[in-house]
Design a protein around this ligand. Structure first.
Ligand code: LIP
Length: 258
């Protein structure tokens, strides 16, 4: 694996979260014009300025690293070290004065996510993890729940349209109907529910790599699991099952194609 000091990389990622929060909060407090991207999703000056602020921090610390960022796309440099950036996940909620939005930042080394950071500035919360170092929220270690029966579990759901679409839609419905409870805050709050012990399973579908990149290591370092709907470990396929680990195989059996 490429040599990068992961503690340093994590410190840089957290500095980038702070820069993103400052850039976005300026607009959040006064309101911002909403533009529509070709895929009909909203974007604002806050997304762009947050991304510029994040990239300035990352690139001054790691000028040789590659970048994949939601608003500005790819910058291919080192083939083995890449930062994946979503400057505001939950833009739709942000533009409407919601609280569940913020930056997602991850470092991928040789194809593996080794550092992840997620900020929700309107709530004053930051989550972070690096490989082998545990997951923290605002400096306090996080562990996933110990609930081991889906019938007792709360499921956190992401974007409902893609989750309910064929072919997996009926199987997602089965998971929801089997669980004790289902909640649907979506965006980065979807995984935060599991990290906060408010849910035991998280399902997401129809999203982009930058929507998922840090969630994998945040879950794993909190004792949980992250896979695709098919049980693979990619963050690049647009679907994710996150869990406390104990419920993972049962949920995969219910929703995977095989
Ligand atoms: C959004 C996701 C959402 C999905 C949107 C978009 P953004 O992220 O959180 O679930 O439906 O297409 O990917 O644009 O707010 O970073």
């Amino acid at each position: 694996m490429t040599e990068v000091d992961l503690d340093h990389a994590l410190a840089v990622a957290r500095r980038a979260l702070d820069a993103a929060a400052a850039a976005a909060m300026k607009h959040y407090d006064v309101g911002v014009k909403v533009e529509t991207k070709p895929d009909r999703s909203p974007v604002t000056a806050a997304d762009r300025e947050s991304e510029v602020a994040i990239l300035e921090v990352l690139q001054s610390a790691f000028p040789d690293h590659s970048i994949l960022a939601e608003e500005s796309g790819k910058q291919d440099k080192a083939p083995h070290a890449r930062w994946i950036v979503d400057p505001i996940d939950g833009t739709r909620g942000f533009t409407r004065g919601g609280k569940f939005w913020g930056a997602l930042i991850a470092l991928e080394l040789d194809g593996e996510i080794v550092v992840g950071a997620m900020g929700l500035p309107a709530l004053g919360d930051q989550y972070w993890a690096r490989k082998g170092g545990g997951t923290f929220k605002n400096g306090v270690a996080r562990r996933v729940t110990a609930i081991d029966a889906l019938e007792d579990a709360t499921v956190s759901l992401g974007e409902m349209g893609p989750l309910l679409s064929p072919p997996h839609g009926p199987r997602v419905t089965d998971v929801v109907r089997t669980a004790a409870s289902a909640r649907c805050y979506g965006d980065l709050e979807g995984v935060a529910m599991v990290l906060d012990g408010l849910a035991d399973v998280w399902l997401e579908h129809g999203v982009q790599p930058w929507d998922l990149a840090p969630t994998k290591i945040l879950l794993e370092e909190a004792g949980g699991r992250f896979t695709t709907f098919d049980g693979g470990d990619s963050i690049h396929l647009g679907h994710a099952v996150g869990s406390n680990g104990l419920l993972h195989d049962r949920v995969l059996q219910m929703i995977s194609r095989s």
